[in-house]
Design a protein around this ligand. Structure first.
Ligand SMILES: NC(=O)c1ccc[n+]([C@@H]2O[C@H](COP(=O)([O-])OP(=O)(O)OC[C@H]3O[C@@H](n4cnc5c(N)ncnc54)[C@H](OP(=O)(O)O)[C@@H]3O)[C@@H](O)[C@H]2O)c1
Length: 234
């Protein structure tokens, strides 16, 4: 049965792969973008997730075209890496506001219609950094760890209404975000990955689509790693 899917930050990287996966499965897919829209395959709406009004407008546009959002993938995210003593308060707040509060805003906007339809899937894209920490990512890891508590609390609130809330925790995935890492930092991370390689955005997309599917209806409050074993044990 086709569903209406909204992927935030779906114009590139992991979000784009997720949107393509749902499209391939026959769903009605919308993505949000902040800078440039992806090519014309999906309904694309401009939305900065740090702005509640833009989120409301984006959901309204998707609802008007495709119907209520039944599957929300909260993927939009940023890094602003610095060692603790060089990190300014704005750099901490900006990352929390985009990654964590942005996800909360989207879930809050999506929820009433999911409750009314008595079916829904919310998937938050977190990170292995939120589980095991990462040097220079106090802000990012805090935002991604926060998603776990948020998802599990919400999962408990809505579990009897046919709505699941889960988290995927990617490891090192080849996108623009990791292309920005220095060669040394990347090879340090790579050396730690039991699978011996970085992941592809499609690896994450498959897991998200499974969590959002009919067959995963009894999976909620889970944190699913997609990391080649990097975060094992956390
Ligand atoms: N790549 C990895 O190794 C990795 C590992 C673990 C977790 N993750 C997580 O996976 C998600 C996607 O990462 P990626 O690697 O695909 O990153 P990416 O290539 O840098 O893409 C980031 C996406 O987020 C969007 N975005 C950023 N700030 C936004 C804002 N304020 N409002 C709306 N959209 C915003 C970007 O939109 P614009 O293009 O319009 O700027 C872009 O679509 C992120 O949450 C990231 O933390 C990534």
């Amino acid at each position: 049965m086709p569903r209406t899917v909204l992927v935030t930050g779906g114009n590139r990287g992991i979000g784009l792969a997720i949107a393509e996966e749902f499209l391939g499965r026959g769903d009605r897919v919308a993505v949000t973008y902040r800078s440039e829209p992806p090519d014309g395959k999906f309904l694309a709406v401009r939305c900065d997730v740090s702005d509640p009004e833009q989120i409301d407008a984006a959901f309204a546009a998707v609802e008007a075209e495709l119907g209520p959002v039944e599957i929300l993938v909260s993927n939009a995210g940023i890094t602003e890496d610095r060692p603790m003593l060089r990190m300014q308060e704005e750099q901490f707040s900006r990352v929390i506001d985009t990654n964590l509060t942005g996800g909360w805003r989207c879930a809050r906007r999506a929820l009433p219609k999911m409750l009314r339809g008595r079916w829904g899937r919310i998937v938050f894209v977190s990170s292995v950094a939120g589980l095991r920490g990462n040097q220079g990512q106090v802000n990012y890891a805090a935002s991604k760890a926060g998603m776990v508590g948020m998802a599990r609390s919400l999962a408990r609130e809505v579990a009897t209404s046919g709505i699941t809330v889960n988290v995927v925790a990617p490891g090192l995935i080849e996108t623009d975000m990791t292309a920005a890492l220095s060669g040394t930092r990347k090879s340090t991370h790579l050396a730690e990955i039991p699978a011996g390689r970085a992941g592809r955005p499609e690896d994450v997309a498959d897991t998200v689509a499974w969590l959002a599917g009919e067959r995963a209806g009894y999976v909620t409050g889970a944190v699913v790693p997609v990391d080649g074993g990097l975060g094992m044990g956390h």
